[in-house]
Design a protein around this ligand. Structure first.
Ligand SMILES: [Fe+2]
Length: 320
């Protein structure tokens, strides 16, 4: 597979698992097309054209050293920093040829545009019963906050190093977060957990959460008791980053009793607690790993070797 084919595979899987459904994804892409066409000609040159066919602005092909070379081995990690790019270069010297580095969290252009993917959360929140106007306004507020925070940074530092060393690099963020969301949400729907403890049991069966437990970063029940009724359970795994503090109160009002989130900040936790929600933190690296693994399994199936790094808890679900 070439790098483009690898990215397209992730894109296809991510779109199939998108919580908005196929129609929602199409609607979003049509909106992008309209926004592009509405721009004055002199501004259109600055528009990132991949956004017309790829609804995940936080995932991107950053640098390709050779577009034709078939990829045989990838270095895959959660956070790709300068260290991982140097690691790929060092492994190349040791004849463990790395053809591509695949990161999860956004860098470069994908980092710049992270806030854009958060729009999908409006539909997710609606599906849990939050009124559209509340979901939309609170999300828009949160998106501008995330955007402002990113704007101050040095977004292309890692991409610059990759280019200078000739190391190909892509990142797949919401693409694979959609996969972990679909997977865990699917398990919750199929198993219909009665108690909060039953929800925890579902997590505990996954190899990534088992490894996290061994390493001391396993799922945690922050509020509520295992014997509490689980009620309506929300898995919150995709859509860029957390929806913002005030959303938890709204989710509670909408009837969500138990939330399973990768991570939550202190203010959100406080507000979730005030609303008497049961709060399970599944764990950040382990949950990101689960999503990445579902995609990396597909690459492995095509004969590509995966070298895990940077917090990726690699576990394969392929039938041996
Ligand atoms: Fe993450």
């Amino acid at each position: 597979m070439t790098i483009q084919e690898i990215y397209d595979l992730a894109l296809n899987r991510g779109m199939k698992a998108d919580p908005r459904g196929e129609a929602g994804v199409k609607r979003y892409l049509a909106r992008m097309q309209k926004e592009y066409e509405a721009l004055p000609k002199e501004e259109q040159v600055y528009f990132e054209k991949t956004k017309l066919v790829d609804p995940y602005a936080d995932s991107f092909i950053h640098f390709v050293a050779n577009a034709k070379v078939p990829v045989k081995r990838v270095l895959a990690g959660i956070d790709i920093d300068s260290g991982e790019i140097f690691l790929a270069d060092r492994l190349n010297e040791r004849e463990k040829k790395i053809d591509l580095v695949i990161g999860h969290h956004p860098i470069g252009r994908a980092l710049v545009d992270l806030a854009e993917v958060m729009d999908l959360q409006v539909e997710v929140l609606e599906s849990y019963g939050v009124p559209t106007h509340v979901a939309e306004n609170l999300m828009q507020e949160r998106m501008s906050q995330v955007d402002r925070n990113i704007h101050v940074g040095n977004q292309y530092q890692v991409v610059d190093i990759a280019r200078l060393l000739g190391v190909s690099v892509i990142n797949t963020h919401t693409l694979t977060d959609n996969l972990v969301e679909e997977y865990l949400n699917g398990l919750v729907k199929a198993r219909k957990p009665h108690t909060v403890g039953d929800v925890l049991k579902i997590l505990d069966e996954q190899p990534e959460y088992q490894q996290a437990k061994r390493e001391g970063t396993g799922p945690k029940l922050l509020f509520g008791k295992p014997s509490n009724r689980a009620g309506k359970v929300m898995t919150e795994m995709t859509g860029g980053t957390n929806p913002g503090d005030r959303m938890y109160e709204e989710l509670s009002k909408a009837g969500v009793s138990t939330i399973v989130s990768m991570h939550l900040n202190e203010k959100s936790l406080e507000l979730a607690k005030k609303s008497f929600m049961n709060v399970i933190i599944s764990g950040h690296m382990s949950s990101d790993s689960l999503g990445m693994n579902l995609f990396l399994d597909e690459l492995e199936k095509k004969g590509i070797e995966i070298v895990p790094c940077s917090g990726l808890m690699r576990a394969s679900r392929r039938k041996k």
